[in-house]
Structure formats: structure tokens, C-alpha cells
Design a protein around this ligand. Structure first.
Ligand code: ADP
Ligand code: ZN
Ligand code: ZN
Length: 740
């Protein structure tokens, strides 16, 4: 007799466990890991749907009392088993329940109206379209002009791209249709509506650096070396073209591709490049799709109607049957980690998914995460480098401005003298400026404006966080001290909380340059639907001279007319409470600098800082990744931070503060015991308050565990999960956060 472990598809934590069933003889060999089955469940033995997550020879329970699987749901094919295995991997690697893992990987089933795919086509000859474009530009019909311009170049665009990516309103489309300039057709009539041959052809020839990378990755794939590839390529080095070439080859083999791009970088320009190459064979997923729309996209992928899917993190779970390649662009991005349980990292799950499908993973970034670069150095990833900008654009000039000197010279403005002069110069030439202020950090870190030193924990070398009770605290070890009045380093009284928001910068710019038009992009101004895209397109249309924003503005946008980028306070991200602060700072400076001078004009970057000698700022200014990596690895080796050691954060939350504290204490001693039991070199810190100690009225506590090996941390995670079982049903939630 064979048996199956079955998860019943009921979304309730209490039933989240596996049940054993007998596999009847006639279903032997048919019921497999991943099969969807019908099983009798509960007292009344009502038939329920379940997923088989394991098939085995021996039962753990009394076989006489086991029920028998009644049938296999039709249509459960091998792609489902891949997804179940993936869920299994997610559950064992990141904690959480099997149900949560299954819900993460399997698309929500929604019935939806059949979608009619629409396209927007140019319906006039180029000469009259150009004339209309001119008229609309003169009349300042910005949206109409923008759409016309794109259609003159592209001839046809999917409605979804026009609406979502180009951010054109339905009324604009109707109006241009009435003018007889464009028309909207449904997919089945597309061929009759436009002369497809007129479409621009995609013909970029890879340069030698790019073709060498492609050749090598492909050769390794053909010789079954399926290790992930990491491309470190400066911004504009043509990584995207390498992805496109590799995907094209995969499609040639009848395989499919998933491209992960952080949502914020999924701009019209980016999607257009893939659309030009792959046309209707691509589909885009983004967070504004309704569950039904998303399900439709995934269903198209399952049925083989598209070969390429582009999207953020969750695109990873596209049910392609013959997946060949997963691309992870901007590999270092924090958004690849899921913030909800299960807290998986897209990079690791992508590697698992590719392994299960015999495909490959190709990651790219100008500033790879330290952990990935570490793996590349150790040969777990294959490293490639692209050192030159592909379209010949030169890297910008970067200057560092020491804000301590500004203060010594009696200048109190957030805008240094140098930055002021450069902004004035750009305004006089009609060029555009981006000013960037890091939101992370806020005003909860304390530093000296005279010597530039932040107040740090003596044990952990991370910045202390200011609490409203007037105390300074460390969020790794719990160390605390009273707020100081003078700087412990230099005695200056110019000590205080750091911070200026985007709003304050905008006010100051409006004071200094009353003639300039400004746009601000932050969480406040992008709240409304499409707020983000609207601001970017307004800036692209030169409706403003200066764009002020948070890290949102540094992602993958190409503005040819931007020749100056100012980083208002590079220290802000340096003083965050995470050990990854220098890494984030380096990434932000490099990415921000990458925004300047994308076109023909050379760009400048000004970095304002209180710590001009800091290695993250120095290396960022020189765009010198290798030196930064060397410095950073020294620092992490000394302090035992990942990737030298692996780290696990166990986050516990509850609305009941006293209960939370008591569970934390018990869990803490349970972990101590487990460490003792294993006899391994495992290190525990906490419980401490995380940087945000309450969210939605739920109190939060965190316990950190560090060790040389990941397997040790899995042991601790398992012990913690087992301990927490006894509190099931009570008001306590857990999340496991692995850093390796
Ligand atoms: P990355 O993804 O590394 O930032 P992109 O792929 O976006 O770089 O390339 C930057 C610019 O260079 C784009 O405008 C792209 O069209 C252009 N480009 C890339 N490769 C080539 C090439 N081989 N020949 C000409 N232009 C190229
Ligand atoms: Zn000082
Ligand atoms: Zn500390």
C-alpha cells in the first residue's frame, strides 16, 4: 500500500497540517507529489479538494483508520507538481504554513469575463500625423502629443501599454480617434488594421563585450552548467540587450522566459523594448491588476499563448510549462524580498524554480548585492562584467561637497554653494535637474553637524535610534543611553536629529529659485492611482525644471535632458540602523549618478555629505564597485555580518504587549537550549525592538540568530516553530527573515 500526505485547501491556520490518506490501487502511479485530489474530510467525510505534497510507502498512523483518496482532479499536470515542490521549498526555507506557501505559488482561481485584447493603431499617413503632432504640441495638449509621437514611431501599441505605462486617459484616446488620427482595434482584426511590416524593426547588434557574455552563458547552458550567472555591468552597459538575446535563443528552443524587474523600474521605455522584440508574445504583470486580470495573464502563460512574462517578484510563479530562463534585473533591489509571510527572497526561489525546470537564472546589476557578489567570488554563481556604456555615453563628473565646511562658513541652507551654482547654470541653459533625498533614515538618527559623526552603538557599529522617551537605542543588541547635548567626539553643540523631507527641500528650492518649476515625487504625491507615472511623464515632457524625490526617482528612468543630479544628504542612508547601511548608500549614489547625462550632454553629480571620507561615499562617487566590495567585506568579516555569517531574524507580533514579552522570553530560552543541544557555534541577540516597534496596533519584537552555516539557522527556525505550536490560535504571529 502507498500513502499520501495531503494538504486540504482550506484557508485556516488550524487545518494547516497534512493528513494521511491511502492511495487506492487504481490510482497508484497516478497520484504524485503535486497532484490535486478529492478526499473525504472531517466527520461527515464531505469531499474536499487537497494537494498531495508527499507520497510514501509507510503510514505514520494506524492504517485501519485512514481514509482513502477518491479521485484525481483532472487537469493537474506536471507544472502543478513543480509549483508544489516550490511551495515545499519556500515553507522549509522561510517558515510559515504550507497553505501560505501554496497560496504564494499557485494563482488564485478567479472566474473572469473573457478579455478582449485591444490595440491602438496609427490611422493616418505619417505626414498628416506629424502635422497633427505639431498642432497639439503648440496647443500644449501634452497627452495627445505624447501618444501621437509614440504611435508615429511604433504604429501599433497594446491598449494596456498605452493606458498603464504611457499613462494616457481613455478620453484622450477617444478624442484622437474622433480626429481620425488613430483607431482602436481588437486583436483578431489587428492584421487587417495595420500593415505589420511598417513596424520598426528591432536591430541592435551586440558589441563585443555583450556578445562574449551571451556566448559564454549559452555555452554553459548547452554543456549543462546550470549555475546562476551574475552580470555586473555599469548603468547603460547594455545588460537589457543581453537579456533579450538570451531570451530569444530560449524561445528558439521552444522554451519560455520570466523577467523580474522591480515594479518601479517597469516603465514604458523598458516594456517597449521587450514589446518591440517579442510583440504579442509578452505579457506584463503589475500590482494594479485585479486578481482576475492577473489570473488571466497567468492562464495565458499556462496555455502557451505567451512566451515571456515581465513583472515584479510574483511573476516568478508564472506557470510556464517549459521554463528556460529567469532574468532578475537590478538584482540588489530590496523589493525582491517578500515582506509578508512567507518572507521568501525572489533570488533564491528563482534559482530553485529554474533548477526544478532545468532552466537557468541570469541576474544583473550595476551594484550587485554583497551577498550575490560573495557567491560569485566563491564560484557558486558565474560572474560576468560589462565595463563600458553601450551607447557611448560617458559617465558623469561626480563632486563631493563637505557639509561641515558649509556650516563652518556660516551657510545653513540645505543647498550647498556649489549645488546652488550648478542648478542656476542648468536653469539658465534650459536643462533639467533631479534632486534626490533619501527617505530611509527619517529623523530618528542623531549626528553632529560639525564633525559629521553619527552616534553609534559601541557593540554593533550601527546607528542608535532616537526614541520619543529621550533615549537612544540599538536595534540589534538593545543597548541604550540617554540623548546627549554635545557631540561625544568633538564637543560641538550642533548635535541633533538628522533629516529633511522632500517637502522641506521643495520649499527651500522654491525660495532659492522662484523662477523654476518643481515637481515632487514621494509617497504623498504618488498616492493616487498612476500618480507615479503622471509625475514622471510630466517631467519627461519638460513641464518642470527640477524633480525632487525619494529613491523612487533613481530607478531606471532615462531623461536625456537631465544633466545634474544632486544628492541632498548622502549620510541619511548611512545612518540607518541596519548593518546594510553602507551598501544601500553605495547603491543609491551609484544609481543616482547613473541618472545624469544619459543623453548626448555630459552630466554632473553633486553629493552633499557630512562624512566625505566614508568609503561608501568615496567609492560611490568613483563608481568603484570592486573597492567598495573589498572595504565592505572587511567590515562584515570583523563584525560577523552576512554573508560571512548567516543571520536569522525572528519577528514576533501581538496586540497584547505583556503576552508578546512573555512569549519572547520563553522563545529566547528555548533557543538558548537548542543552541546548547546542538553544541554548534550559534549566536543569539535580543529580543529587541525592531526599527518600527508597532504597526497597526501590533507590538513587535525581534530575536536575531547568527551562525556560520545556514543549516544551523534552519535548526533554530524548526525549534522555534515547534515551540510556537503551543501558542497556536492565540494572538501571536511570527515571521522568519533569513539573511545570507
Ligand atoms: P543597462 O540595462 O545595462 O542599463 P541598456 O540595455 O538599457 O543598459 O542600454 C543602455 C542604452 O544603450 C540603451 O539605450 C540601449 O538601447 C543602448 N545599447 C545597448 N546595447 C547596445 C548596442 N550593442 N549597440 C547600440 N546601442 C546599445
Ligand atoms: Zn562632533
Ligand atoms: Zn548594539
Amino acid at each position: 500500500m502507498t500513502f499520501a500526505d495531503v494538504v486540504i485547501d482550506i484557508s485556516h491556520e488550524a487545518v494547516d497540517r497534512t493528513f494521511e490518506y491511502i492511495i487506492p490501487e487504481e490510482l497508484e502511479g497516478i497520484v504524485k507529489k503535486g497532484s490535486q485530489v478529492q478526499v473525504p474530510f472531517g466527520r461527515g467525510s464531505a469531499l474536499k479538494k487537497g494537494f498531495v505534497i508527499n507520497v510514501k510507502e509507510r503510514a505514520a498512523f494506524d492504517t485501519a483508520r485512514l481514509k482513502t483518496i477518491q479521485g484525481v482532479e483532472p487537469g493537474s499536470t506536471s507544472i502543478e507538481s513543480v509549483m508544489i515542490s516550490l511551495a515545499d521549498f519556500i515553507r522549509t526555507s522561510y517558515g510559515g504554513t504550507m497553505n501560505q506557501a501554496l497560496k504564494t505559488v499557485l494563482p488564485v482561481k478567479r472566474r473572469s469575463e473573457p478579455v478582449i485584447e485591444k490595440f491602438v493603431c496609427l490611422d493616418a499617413d505619417v505626414a498628416s500625423a506629424n502635422a497633427a503632432l505639431e498642432t497639439n504640441e503648440r496647443k500644449k495638449n501634452v497627452a495627445k502629443a505624447r501618444l501621437l509621437k509614440e504611435l508615429i514611431s511604433e504604429k501599433v501599441l497594446p491598449m494596456s501599454m498605452v493606458r498603464d505605462r504611457l499613462n494616457i486617459a481613455a478620453s484622450t484616446i477617444r478624442s484622437l480617434e474622433k480626429d481620425g488620427l488613430i483607431k482602436v482595434v481588437i486583436k483578431t482584426n489587428l492584421r487587417d488594421a495595420v500593415n505589420i511590416d511598417e513596424k520598426p524593426r528591432y536591430d541592435i547588434r551586440l558589441n563585443s563585450e555583450q556578445s562574449e557574455v551571451c556566448r559564454s552563458i549559452w555555452e554553459r547552458y548547452e554543456s549543462k552548467d546550470l549555475r546562476p550567472s551574475l552580470i555586473r555591468g555599469v548603468t547603460g552597459s547594455g545588460k537589457t540587450e543581453v537579456y533579450i538575446e538570451l531570451i530569444n535563443r530560449m524561445i528558439g528552443l521552444g522554451k519560455q522566459a520570466i523577467i523580474l524587474i522591480p515594479e518601479i523600474a517597469l516603465t514604458y521605455q523598458t516594456v517597449l523594448r521587450f514589446y518591440r522584440k517579442f510583440g504579442n508574445r509578452i505579457s506584463v504583470i503589475h500590482s494594479r491588476l485585479t486578481p482576475a486580470q492577473k489570473h488571466d495573464q497567468l492562464e495565458k502563460a499556462r496555455l502557451g499563448e505567451v512566451d515571456v512574462i515581465i513583472g515584479p517578484r510574483s511573476a516568478l510563479f508564472t506557470p510556464f510549462k517549459n521554463l528556460g530562463i529567469i532574468i532578475i534585473d537590478e538584482e540588489h533591489e530590496g523589493t525582491y524580498r517578500n515582506e509578508n509571510v512567507p518572507r521568501y527572497h525572489a533570488r533564491e526561489v528563482a534559482i530553485k524554480r529554474a533548477e526544478l525546470s532545468g532552466g537557468i537564472v541570469v541576474m544583473g546589476s550595476a551594484t550587485p548585492s554583497i551577498e550575490s557578489y560573495f557567491k560569485a567570488q566563491n564560484g557558486r554563481y558565474q560572474l560576468y562584467k560589462l565595463e563600458k556604456r553601450a551607447n557611448g555615453a560617458v559617465l558623469p563628473d561626480v563632486e563631493i561637497v563637505d557639509l561641515r565646511e558649509e556650516l563652518n562658513n556660516g551657510r545653513r541652507s540645505m543647498v550647498s554653494e556649489r549645488l546652488y551654482c550648478l542648478i542656476e547654470d542648468r536653469l539658465s541653459r534650459g536643462e533639467q535637474v533631479m534632486l534626490f533625498i533619501n527617505r530611509r533614515g527619517h529623523s530618528s538618527f542623531v549626528s553632529c553637524r560639525k564633525c559629521g559623526k553619527p552616534l553609534k552603538c559601541p557593540h554593533c557599529d550601527v546607528s542608535l535610534k532616537y526614541h520619543n522617551n529621550g533615549k537612544l537605542m540599538c536595534h540589534y543588541c538593545g543597548y541604550e543611553m540617554p540623548m546627549v547635548k554635545t557631540c561625544p567626539e568633538c564637543g560641538s553643540k550642533y548635535i541633533g536629529r538628522f533629516g529633511a523631507g522632500t517637502q522641506k527641500v521643495e520649499e527651500e528650492i522654491n525660495n532659492l529659485f522662484p523662477q523654476a518649476k518643481t515637481l515632487r515625487m514621494d509617497l504623498d504625491t504618488t498616492k493616487e492611482k498612476d500618480g507615479h507615472a503622471k509625475i514622471l511623464s510630466a517631467f519627461a515632457n519638460r513641464e518642470a525644471d527640477i524633480l525632487i524625490g525619494t529613491q523612487m526617482i533613481v530607478k531606471g528612468h532615462d531623461f536625456a535632458n537631465v544633466t545634474l543630479v544632486g544628492i541632498m544628504a548622502a549620510d541619511m542612508s548611512l545612518y540607518s540602523e541596519s548593518y546594510q547601511a553602507p551598501e544601500r548608500t553605495f547603491q543609491l549614489i551609484t544609481q543616482a549618478a547613473g541618472r545624469a547625462g544619459r543623453g548626448e550632454k555630459k552630466g554632473s553629480v553633486v553629493i552633499q555629505t557630512y562624512s566625505p571620507d566614508n568609503y561608501a561615499i568615496q567609492c560611490g562617487a568613483k563608481q568603484d564597485y570592486e573597492s567598495f566590495y573589498a572595504f565592505e567585506m572587511d567590515y562584515r568579516t570583523i563584525l560577523g555580518y552576512p554573508p560571512v555569517k548567516t543571520m536569522l531574524g525572528i519577528l514576533l507580533t501581538s496586540a497584547d504587549k505583556a503576552f508578546l514579552e512573555s512569549v519572547c522570553r520563553q522563545l529566547s530560552s528555548c533557543i538558548d537550549e537548542e543552541i546548547k543541544r546542538t553544541g554548534r557555534d550559534i549566536w543569539k541577540m535580543g529580543p529587541v525592538d525592531p526599527s518600527i516597534s508597532m504597526i497597526n496596533d501590533r507590538y513587535r519584537k525581534i530575536i536575531y540568530v547568527k551562525s556560520k552555516t545556514y543549516d544551523d539557522l534552519i535548526l533554530i527556525k524548526d525549534a522555534a516553530e515547534e515551540f510556537l505550536q503551543q501558542h497556536q490560535g492565540k494572538d501571536i504571529q511570527t515571521a522568519f527573515d533569513f539573511q545570507q
